[in-house]
Design a binder for this molecule. Sequence first.
Ligand code: AMP
Ligand code: ZN
Length: 479
Amino acid sequence: MNSGLPPLSLYNTLTRQEELFEPLDSGNVRLYVCGPTVYDYAHIGNARPVIVFDLLFRLLRNVYGAEQVTYVRNITDVDDKINSRAARDYPDLPLNEAIRQVTEKTAAQFAADVEELGTLAPTYQPRATDFVLPRPDGKPDMVSLIEKLIAKGHAYEAAGEVLFDTTSMPDYGRLSGRNLEDNLAGARVAVDTHKKNPADFVLWKQSSADEPGWESPWGRGRPGWHIECSAMSAAYLGEVFDIHGGGLDLIFPHHENEIAQSRCAHGTHEMARVWMHNGFLQVEGQKMSKSLGNFVTINELLATETFGGRRWPGEVLRLAMLMTHYREPIDFSVRRLEEAETKLRDWQRATGGVADEDGAAPDASVVGELAQDLNFHRASVALDFIAKRANRGEGDARHCLAATLRFLGFSLDGLLANSSDEEPAHVAAAVAARLAALNSKDFAEADRIRSELAEQGIALMDYKDPQSGERRTKWELKR
Ligand code: AMP
Ligand code: ZN
């Protein structure tokens, strides 16, 4: 046990139970999360793993130290969906050029969208296409991994493809709880004749002249979907690391196959110690997904009025996502967003405009609740309690609330600032008069103006301007 550190427990899909988390090296805690395939705007379902694992990243940084955590989230920029999008959107460009246009534009959009959601940038965001061929820096790459798998008898060439031989790995299927017979039954409908076993999956496939491809020992081709994460995780985190995350749908086949590739190539008995999976975000009981056409993009929510007739601040989306435990399904609705907005505004209001203090520690009880498999619900109850104390003006509750909100990825006043947008002239005048009274220490007059405004349902909050240190006042209409 690491004495002095709060115990952290996480649900592990691999063992199907919550376990005490102990990093392999507390000086470098290592987390890998499968990132987006960059061919189109990300939908709000895609935002769920981004937000959930950002919360985990923040928690780990708090427990082990910000410099002691390495978080890798890849960008998948090789995929057949990308190819067809490139051909459709840029018919006049050579394919490679068109692909670059699509992936760069989409990756930049993704980065901008998720920053709005209050997420920290991962330590590394490698792109798959940089890890196909052997690299000058000698970091693991896909072609070398596949060569290793062939050399060790775990992969074979057939009909121009390289396939992973699932029967070469006795415990293939442990993560998803599938055995080879299940896979056999599922695949019986369409058995690919060149596969030795129906469950075998593609490591490398041939590219035709008009498809993107790399020269390899097996001809010009491109990697299968799973091998990229085996290469990039090994490149930044090593052969065995602490936590691997993603959405529930990735357990099979993606994560199962990542495990098979990495363990067999490196000869290890595990790839990552803990496997964590977020539940789906749903609309009317169905997974939100591009293929079902029932999706709304992060960007539409932030920048247009397509959902509920208005725009939604990123931090409201963030809280709406975290209000449900990460392993449960979420039903996405306007009501949920409104609830999140009200709650976040209450918290922000209760900080009373205290100045930001960089690096101030978040509340220990909030951290303690999150340390139990990211129990955000109980953490938010603890936060409500601090907000109550802050509203009563107790001790340093306001500062504690402010530090905790920042730790959780929320601003201190993002939802309050809006309320002075259409400031009626008489309120502005009264607020200015009260500030003048305060500055000349005429507290009786200041109080009189405050209660006069209170009678009109207007609440005042004083704060110090972070730059000039001057006293300022915000106001808000209480309903
Ligand atoms: P994709 O681009 O479809 O590979 O998805 C990127 C990430 O978003 C993966 O971790 C998926 O598991 C996750 N994801 C996709 N759809 C949803 C959804 N509706 N709810 C939660 N997570 C999702
Ligand atoms: Zn992956």
